[in-house]
Design a protein around this ligand. Structure first.
Ligand code: ADP
Length: 161
């Protein structure tokens, strides 16, 4: 079976992430969204919340699972018997960082390959960080995340995220 992992912070999952995983799901038999338990980013949602939000977002996609992991992404890939790692590339934001990480991961685990999908035009400027800022300031985010994520962000804003 061709298995791919799609790792990230997913704080929270957005329509940009969903676009990537839906497209990748047409290529691979199984995709596992890997939610980092720890991240160097300032996180608003707990690991459990990020996993739950992602699970609900892909509930209608039968070949996509969501798991959390800690430690090296290449070890998570091995544990899940994945041959490929998926990442999304936005025009300006991602290339250099992804390239650097890909070279290091290749060194750590030469058998794991990286597949980058270009972000769709409508999500090129969407990041979880910007999304949280807009939500905090009361902006409309309903085109950018699923409805249950809008609701979860609204609750966090009221709880002063
Ligand atoms: P990380 O902390 O590893 O960057 P993110 O949750 O921010 O994790 O993103 C996970 C993956 O999804 C990364 O490959 C990132 O480039 C990609 N991604 C983030 N936002 C978008 C978007 N709007 N469109 C396509 N891909 C995206």
């Amino acid at each position: 079976m061709t298995i791919a992992i799609y790792p990230g912070s997913f704080d929270p999952i957005t329509n940009g992430h969903l676009d990537i995983v839906t497209r990748a799901g047409k290529v691979f038999e199984k995709i596992i969204i890997g939610v980092y338990e720890k991240s160097d980013k300032h996180l608003v949602f707990t690991t459990k919340e990020r996993v739950d939000l992602a699970r609900r977002a892909v509930a209608n996609l039968p070949n996509i699972e969501v798991k959390s992991f800690r430690g090296l992404t290449v070890d998570f890939a091995k544990q899940e018997k994945a041959q490929v790692m998926i990442r999304g590339l936005r025009m300006n934001a991602d290339f250099e960082k992804e390239f650097e990480m890909a070279m290091m991961n290749r060194k750590l685990s030469p058998e794991l390959d990286l597949l980058c999908l270009m972000a769709s035009q409508e999500y090129q400027f969407l990041s979880s960080t910007l999304l949280k800022e807009v939500a905090r300031l009361g902006g409309n985010i309903s085109d950018l995340v699923p409805e249950h994520v809008v609701e979860a962000l609204r609750k966090k804003v009221h709880g002063k995220m």
